[in-house]
Design a protein around this ligand. Structure first.
Ligand code: ADP
Length: 349
């Protein structure tokens, strides 16, 4: 038994392939009902971690406790976990109905209970019309809904998702993403989701764990990570930002355009720091004496996006709801809208 009430506790789990460290010693806690995402670039170790939890890859070290039970030495089928893959992994020679029932038959779930669970999954995943089809008669989005239903009928303690939307086109990806979150809430399941797509992670998750080079660099809600990142990697991987190296005096930074701004999270005596300033946190006003000038602009509907130059520093600014654009070459004054700033840790990208 574990002393922790978390549904999933991963402690000091690591993985090496020869001299390649795919995953440095890692700790994770996931609470019941949470939707948690592992987010990071290709090769950062997300799938390795997911595969260790599901049991298809053995960890080099560490312990995994699911719902009070040590599971790291159990084979995948004895873990109370179901996984949804990028490739759908449906059985091609079985109808949708047979695909949905396969795991239940393997687990010798009673026939009436099988029927009940399949009927429920068919209803919530909207698969009624497709039950007698074979997977090759389905679109990618339909196949992924079947794969999800096949996982849900198992009523696992934990659902794992390995980039399940990557093979779908952009529009379908967005609608299935909303669908997945709705189903997660409706079924009260606990989900661990892997993606390299920061927009997907922010839209779906209760918490995001940002990974880089085999480590979790930062964990937080999407809003925390986007608005108040602590790590340079998080600031630059989630959305766009301006990373600025600033001089500090008594906890106050001087920004490249001369504005002074309080900075949190500084070690005492710090003389310079890196901070992140989102494009939407820089206000621009036309000013013939201003320290900046506009070097480029584009209209993106919801916002007007600018590149500008202040001395030798290049910046991006973005204004929501713009009805007219500032011209290239215009001199501007700059004002920070995000105060205080926060000192970032980690190496520059
Ligand atoms: P991600 O899912 O974030 O793209 P992976 O977990 O697949 O990353 O891989 C993490 C690292 O481990 C990469 O450097 C990858 O090349 C390496 N790796 C993964 N699987 C193996 C394997 N079977 N043998 C050797 N190296 C591997």
């Amino acid at each position: 038994m574990t002393t922790s009430a978390s549904l999933l506790s991963i402690t000091q789990v690591s993985k090496s392939y020869g001299s390649t460290v795919a995953l440095h010693p890692t700790d994770i806690r996931i609470e019941r009902g949470e939707f948690v995402t592992l987010l990071g670039p290709s090769g950062c170790g997300k799938s390795t971690l997911l595969r260790i939890v599901c049991g298809v890859t053995p960890a080099s070290a560490g312990s995994i406790v699911l719902d009070g039970q040590r599971i790291e030495t159990l084979p995948p089928e004895r873990r109370d976990i179901a996984m949804v893959f990028q490739s759908y992994a449906l059985f091609p020679h079985m109808s949708v109905r047979k695909n949905l029932g396969f795991g239940l038959r393997m687990k010798r779930v009673e026939a009436a209970e099988q029927e009940r669970r399949i009927a429920h999954a068919v209803e919530i995943c909207n698969l009624g019309a497709l039950l007698e089809r074979s997977p090759r008669q389905l679109s990618g989005g339909q196949q992924q809904r079947v794969a999800l239903a096949r996982a849900l009928v198992m009523q696992p303690a934990l659902l794992l998702f390995d980039e399940p939307l990557s093979n779908l086109d952009a529009k379908l990806r967005e609608s299935l993403r909303d669908e997945l979150v709705r189903l997660h809430r409706a079924t009260g399941s606990t989900s661990l989701y892997v993606t390299h797509d920061q927009a997907e992670a922010m839209a779906m998750s209760d918490r995001v764990m940002v990974m880089n080079s085999g480590r979790i660099v930062e964990t937080g809600t999407p809003v925390q990570l986007y608005r108040r990142p602590r790590h340079i990697f998080t600031a630059s991987f989630l959305g766009q930002t301006n990373l600025l190296r600033v001089a500090i005096a008594e906890g106050v930074a001087t920004l490249p355009w001369g504005e002074c701004c309080r900075v949190d999270g500084l070690a005492s005596g710090t003389r310079n720091a890196q901070v992140s300033l989102r494009p939407e946190d820089i206000a621009l006003t036309p000013d013939a004496q201003g320290p900046g000038w506009i070097t480029g602009r584009s209209f993106a509907g919801a916002s007007a996006n600018y590149t500008l130059q202040v001395g030798d520093v290049a910046l991006r600014a973005s204004h929501a709801g713009a009805t007219a654009l500032l011209p290239v070459g215009e001199r501007v004054a700059l004002t920070t809208l995000a105060i205080p700033l926060h000192a970032l840790e980690g190496p520059s990208p």
